[in-house]
Design a protein around this ligand. Structure first.
Ligand code: NI
Length: 180
């Protein structure tokens, strides 16, 4: 496995719409290695999610840890060609970060209840219903596959903060925090 270089905001690959992954491609050694490398990269940088464009691969794939508390505990999973259905329309603001926008946090409105249909790394169709934090992670990562960054979703930039100031003034107790 290898740790991959993470594209930072400004790299054009982050703004491209990704191409769907062909089912036959999923089983290839190269694609399975990409998934393993993305998981290793996500863990190296203490991320909770990482989308393929963030490692310069314009493919509809992300890896994430979908635990309810956002502690990054639990098994990382790969979702391929994800399609989100919003189950609750009222958007809720929560803190987000992004490995492609280092050291910055901001509050982003997201649907608190969604389902996602995707292929897993075995190429099987899976459906996941998610609420709150995991729902936020899935929306953030799926946005990456459409060339969308979390800044684009913010209602206002007033909440933007650097990490040190986030820790000093915005706390971690009740606020969600993530790095994707
Ligand atoms: Ni991100």
């Amino acid at each position: 496995m290898s740790i991959l270089k993470v594209a930072r905001m400004g790299h054009p690959v982050l703004r491209q719409r990704t191409r769907p992954v062909d089912k036959h491609e999923i089983r290839t050694d190269a694609f399975q290695k990409l998934i393993d490398d993305m998981i290793e990269t996500m863990e190296e940088y203490s991320g909770i999610g990482l989308a393929a464009p963030q490692v310069h691969e314009s493919k509809r794939l992300f890896v994430a840890v979908l635990d309810a508390e956002g502690q990054g505990e639990g098994e990382p999973i790969a979702l391929i060609n994800p399609e989100i259905t919003v189950l609750s329309g009222a958007l809720i603001d929560g803190w987000e970060g992004c490995l492609s926008i280092p050291d910055i946090r901001g509050r982003v409105p997201r649907a608190p209840h969604i389902s996602v249909s995707a292929l897993n790394r075995e190429g099987k169709r899976i459906e996941i219903e998610a609420r709150d934090f995991p729902a936020r992670v899935i929306q953030h990562e799926t946005d990456h596959l459409d060339g969308v960054l979390f800044f684009d979703r913010m209602r206002t930039f007033e909440s933007l903060t650097f990490m040190d100031e986030f820790s000093r003034y915005h706390g971690r107790r009740e606020e969600e925090e993530e790095e994707e």
